[in-house]
Design a protein. Structure first.
Ligand SMILES: [Zn+2]
Length: 58
């Protein structure tokens, strides 16, 4: 299971990994700003995507 937290403006992943992290921690680490498009990120508007990846290691 892979967790992704993405910018809801441009879709760039701000965090992806196997550990579920709180969006608040991820946003704080990113200084509340998307590194790709520069949009200011508000926690209340944030979106967490959980993606399950299987069958992709052949
Ligand atoms: Zn962005």
């Amino acid at each position: 299971m892979t967790y992704e937290i993405v910018c809801n403006s441009c879709g760039a992943p701000l965090y992806s990994g196997f550990d579920l992290r709180s969006p608040g921690d991820v946003l704080k680490a990113a200084d509340y700003r998307c590194r790709k498009c520069g949009v200011k990120l508000a926690l209340s508007r944030f979106q967490v995507e959980v993606r399950k990846i299987d069958g992709s290691f052949d």
